[in-house]
Design a binder for this molecule. Structure first.
Ligand code: HSE
Length: 346
């Protein structure tokens, strides 16, 4: 069955997703009967093309690689250029909008408005942006439900590692009383490298060079990135309407090489731990560096890897370890949401 997709944004994640759709087309068809077609791409900087019968992914990628934009996409009868994001949502025949624009996590915009507009026009939305889920989960999910459309955001926490779908589907029936995680790759990478002798500054520079850090690394090192993910987990997994200001937050910028060395002597490690714990009907939420013993389930998570432990009343503690970022991994998070929308599963 054909599933038409429009991409808002054609940066790293958008291109990663397009490459996956291209490479996996035969497998998606054989395994799920899914014929995913990109009908539109609209990017504020790179340009915009729409064809109701579908666009050529190789031509899109060729144009962006050669010229940095998609204005070089070949002319063709019926091709429409220049639609902005809202026009693309309204006028294209896409079933699903893949929202991969740059989002300001403080306001969640423009992605929140893209979601609202898509739902109002009867279109599903898939995104990896944290902003709309952390800031407007209740409102947007209600609107999606009312409009009988789907909203996928698996990639907003731990990219393609199923930090949201696993507890929702495979741990269903448990009461999850506590969640603990390493949800930010940059800081975990930095702490690992500092254990190996690097200074804070050197470790941050390496993390930036490796592409783990956000455009403004303050969000990583001061714990905001992990905080947004913590709010998403509270709302989506624990059904608790936690807000960003409810979370106690401290980053790692005050930690020195000496602090790391001292912990090592005590057979401990500093980790930036995100925590959600149910206590007497309340939810205690924090993101802060903690000195953990070497037997702690998160102590041996090194480098940019993320991990999360769900403490379940029936299944016990279940820990999931995997990537928290990356072009292919985040591209996959979009794909898995698309597959599940197509096969009408969560
Ligand atoms: N900057 C983030 C991290 C990327 O380091 O984990 C994914 O949100």
């Amino acid at each position: 069955m054909e599933h038409r997709v429009a991409l808002l944004g054609f940066g790293v994640v958008g291109q990663g997703f397009a490459e996956i759709i291209q490479q996996k087309s035969q497998r998606l068809m054989e395994q799920f009967g899914l014929n995913a077609k990109i009908v539109a791409v609209s990017d504020v900087i790179k340009g915009s093309v729409y064809h109701p019968d579908g666009l050529s992914i190789p031509e899109l990628l060729k144009s962006v690689r050669e010229t940095g934009n998609i204005n070089g996409y070949p002319e063709q009868e019926g091709l429409i250029r220049g639609l902005n994001s809202f026009e693309t949502i309204q006028r294209s025949n896409a079933d699903t909008i893949v929202e991969v624009t740059f989002t300001d996590v403080k306001t969640g915009q423009p992605a929140i408005d893209h979601c609202r507009y898509s739902f109002e026009h009867g279109k599903n939305v898939i995104m990896s942006n944290k902003g709309p889920v952390a800031l407007a989960f209740g409102e947007l999910q209600s609107l999606a439900d009312k409009q009988h459309v789907r909203w996928g955001f698996e990639g907003s926490v731990m990219s393609g590692t199923p930090a949201l779908r696993m507890p929702i589907t495979s741990l269903a029936g448990n009461e999850i009383n506590e969640i603990q995680g390493i949800l930010n790759g940059t800081t975990n990478y930095m702490l690992t490298r500092m254990e190996e002798g690097l200074s804070y500054k050197e470790a941050l520079m390496e993390a930036q060079k490796n592409g783990y850090a956000e455009a403004d690394p303050t969000s990583d090192v001061e714990g905001f990135d992990a905080l947004y993910k913590t709010v998403i987990l509270a709302n989506v997994i624990l059904q608790y309407p936690l807000k960003t200001h409810d979370v106690e937050r401290q980053g790692i910028s005050h930690l020195t090489k000496e602090d790391i060395k001292q912990a090592k002597q005590e057979q401990k490690k500093w980790k930036l731990i995100a925590k959600l714990k149910k206590e007497n009907g309340h939810l205690i939420a924090s993101v802060k560096p903690e000195k953990v013993g070497l037997d702690h389930p998160l102590a041996n998570i090194t480098g940019a890897t993320n991990a999360i432990t769900y403490h379940c009343d029936l299944a016990g503690p279940v820990t999931l370890i995997g990537a928290g970022a990356g072009k292919v991994e985040t591209g996959f998070s979009i794909l898995i949401d698309l597959i599940n929308i197509h096969r009408k599963q969560l």
